[in-house]
Every structure is written in C-alpha cells, then in structure tokens.
Design a protein around this ligand. Structure first.
Ligand code: KE4
Length: 430
C-alpha cells in the first residue's frame, strides 16, 4: 500500500499544527507509523489521501452510528445550510433535538446543548457543585471525561495512550477537589464517602468505560453507586458521551436500569457535527442560567447544522428494529474476531456492550485500569498495523473502543473477519 500522500500531508501539517494533528490520539503514537490523512468517507468506508480504502470501526470515535455520509443526514444538512449556518438565537431545531433526547434518555427531563463532550462534563460538574453547594467530585481511574483541568487526573483515552503523567499546566489547586478511585471498586467509593461525604457534590463516571478500552461495570456496581449517592445526598452523574445511544437506545442508564441524577452526552447526538449536552431532572437543570444562577454559555451552542445532523441520526436509530440489528451485527463481528484469535492461538479478552466493543491482548479478565494496563500494547500495535494493511481501520490505541454502524452489513462483517484471520496469522509468531 502506498502512503506517500499521507506522509507529505503529515509533514506539512506538523509545520503549523502541534504534532500534525488536532487531537493527540490521532497521531498513531501508540501503534507506530504515521497517521493516515483521510480524503473522504461513505457508509462503512474511509479512503485515505492515497486512495486506500478501509472498513472503519472508529467512526469518528463513536458519533457515526449511521456510517459516513448517510444520505438522510447529508440531504438534511444541504437543506439546512441554505437557510444559513448559525444565528446565535434560539431555533425550533434545538427544541426538537431536546425533545428527542428527553424521549430516549430515561432520566432526562431537560437538556442544555454545548459544543463538545468536554464542555458537557465541565458544565455538568459545575451544575452539580452549584446545586449541592458542595465542592468535591469523584472520578474513576481510567475514565476520560474530556480535557477540563480538574478532570485530567488519572484520565483514560489519549492521556493513557500517550502514557502522560496527566498533564502539565494543570495547577494543583485545580484538582484539589477531585478525588479518584479505581473503576468497579465499590468499597473504595464507600471509603471516600465515609471520609468526605458531606462535601462530595457527586461522582462522575463512564457507566461502561470506553477510554481504557471497553470495560463494563461489574454486577451491582452501578446500583451500589446509586445507593451511596442517595445515602449521602450526592449526585450520580453518568458521562454517556460515548455510551449514549450506543450501549442501548437509552444509553447505559436504560441498559442497566440505574437512573443517574445528571447525564453528559455527545458524539451520536451530533451525528458527526460538534454537539455535546448535559441533561437531568428538571429540579436540578433549573439551576442553569438564565433559569437559575449557574452560568454556562456558548456562541455556537445549538447550532442549526449540528442540531439537524443530530435529529436525523436519532430519528433513524429509534426506528423499530434498527437498534436490535445494530447489536446483532456487533455481536456477530465480535464472535468472529474471537474465533479468528483462537484459531491463531492468540489470547485475547473481549468485551462488548451494545454497539461498543474491544479486544484486549491479554489472557486475564479486564475490570479496571490496572488490569487493562497489563495488556500487550505492542501486540495490539502489530495487530492494528496488520489490519490496516488488510484494509480495516481500528482505533490506533489499545485503550480505546470499537464502534459499529448500520452501514456495516453482513458483507462488510465477513470482509472484516477475513482480514482478521489474515492479520492474526501474520502476527501469531511475532
Ligand atoms: P470531546 O470533548 O472529545 O467531544 O468529548 C470528551 C469525552 C467525554 N467523555 C467521554 C466518555 C469521552 O469518550 C470523550 C471523548 N472521547 C475521545 C475518544 N476516546 C475522543 C477522541 C479524541 O480525544 O480525539
């Protein structure tokens, strides 16, 4: 495969963009080689600047649950763009998307739109502190909630991928009120509440971790967090930026039947355009300005193009049978990947929740950051490169999650599994 155009574009990008990318995990630092520059995408496929075609399981890190350039989304955007791209004033589109979110997300009674998942988690925690009049928050090791200063503590995703000791530039004061505990360890949370209970505004977590690889909650964990938050009058906050509309139509809160007080959303609700949101009980959301005193704002929040893409996406996946088909396809893919690994006698630990999935190169169960970090990241890197040569684009890090879409048909799954068989055979002796 020829990558000369991507190499030329990467060299040019590095002159004017730090690291040549606008988000670190895209730089392929964890898997070696140089990042591919993408020229276009359609359905399950992306084509790089050299015309190489890939079956894509990153899907822009989750948003593209309908696949790339879905005709309904593209045509709706074409109509919308001719009506102007942004007004800085309220539109009926924002209400329509907010009504869809409230219809699908069980705990959502009101929604505020922002422009990214980072803004959503940053804002939802300010809201939790404003509503409870408490300062401390709990986050979990290996969970990533975007790059707000006070959340860059034992984070996942790119922080874990690049092995960064969190981040310079975050003053100690910014994280003074951020408590951390291992994922899936209820006793550790109980200990923090016993110690700080009357000053804990809330706990924020990825209900299914997706930024240390995909790691589901252990039986009873989420219900235990719900019980502790209720007991100590703290807020349970689900960061469903990734799990929302992915582990189930109503997110992890529907899948596990545990109701958070607040939810952060993103990715799928923008259909590939920049949208984040936070939502929850009306009683809490009424604290947000201008209804209440907690300030949060944004020039492009509720942008009509982003709202349009989000509306088309949610309307499509809520159609009867669509989500069940998405999950069945993901399951078929995961079963095939496991069989291919076994045929090559390569130990992997697989996880899947709804349309999110992952394959850890380890023969041990993965239940938290410490066990995820024991994975053979070098073997993952070799598998990633072998799959790329076979025309399959996986997340360029062991500590990320794979995503499925309605565009990944039976034929695409079969082609992926043929590629995986070849890739596992290629790396089995390395
Ligand atoms: P953004 O600010 O990147 O839109 O969202 C931050 C965020 C918040 N919460 C969760 C659970 C998330 O997964 C994310 C962002 N996810 C990463 C991928 N693991 C985005 C990819 C990137 O950083 O380039």
């Amino acid at each position: 495969m020829n990558f000369s155009n991507s190499e030329r574009l990467f060299a040019a990008a590095q002159k004017v963009i730090p690291g040549g990318v606008n988000s670190p995990v895209r730089a392929f630092r964890a898997v070696g080689g140089q990042p591919l520059f993408i020229d276009r995408a359609e359905g399950p496929y992306m084509w790089d600047a050299d015309g190489n075609r890939y079956i894509d399981y990153v899907l822009s890190w989750g948003p593209l649950i309908l696949g790339h350039a879905h005709p309904d989304v593209v045509n709706a955007l074409k109509r919308a763009v001719e009506r102007g791209v942004s007004y800085g004033a309220p539109t009926a589109l924002e209400t329509e998307l907010a009504e869809l979110v409230c219809e699908l997300v069980p705990s959502a009674e009101q929604v505020r739109f922002v422009n990214s998942g980072t803004e959503a988690t940053m804002s939802v925690l300010r809201l939790a502190r404003a509503f409870t009049k408490r300062n401390k928050i709990i986050k979990l090791q290996g969970n990533y909630h975007g790059h707000a200063d006070f959340l860059l503590v034992q984070a996942g995703s790119g922080v874990a991928t690049l092995g960064l000791p969190d981040s310079p530039g975050v003053p100690a004061g910014a994280t003074r009120d951020t408590l951390t505990a291992p994922f899936n360890d209820l006793a550790a949370i109980e200990g923090l509440f016993n110690q700080h209970g009357d000053d804990i505004a809330g706990i924020i977590l990825e209900p299914v971790a997706g930024n240390m690889g995909c790691v589901p909650p252990l039986e009873g964990y989420l219900a235990g967090l719900r019980r502790l938050c209720t007991q100590y009058d703290a807020l349970l906050i689900f960061d469903e930026v990734m799990t929302g509309f992915r582990v189930a139509l109503g997110g992890a809160q529907e899948y596990y039947g545990v109701m958070p007080d607040l939810t952060a959303l993103g990715k799928v609700i923008g259909g590939g355009l920049p949208v984040g949101a936070y939502a929850g009980r009306r009683e809490i959301m009424q604290t947000v300005a201008p209804a209440g005193p907690m300030y949060q704002a944004g020039t492009l929040s509720g942008n009509p193009l982003a709202m349009t893409a989000g509306i088309e996406t949610l309307k499509a996946i809520r159609e009867p049978g669509v989500f069940e088909q998405l999950v069945a396809g993901t399951t078929e893919l995961c079963q095939g990947l496991g069989a291919a690994a076994e045929a090559a006698n390569i130990p992997v630990y697989q996880t899947q929740v709804g349309t999110m999935f992952c394959m850890f190169f380890t023969d041990q169960p993965v239940v938290n950051w410490d066990t995820a970090a024991k994975s053979d990241t070098q073997k993952y890197a070799r598998f990633f490169q072998a799959m790329l040569r076979q025309g399959v684009y996986l997340a360029p890090s062991q500590f990320e999650t794979g995503f499925f879409s309605t565009a990944h048909t039976e034929g695409v799954i079969a082609a992926t599994l043929r590629a995986a068989e070849a890739a596992f055979q290629e790396i089995m002796d390395q």
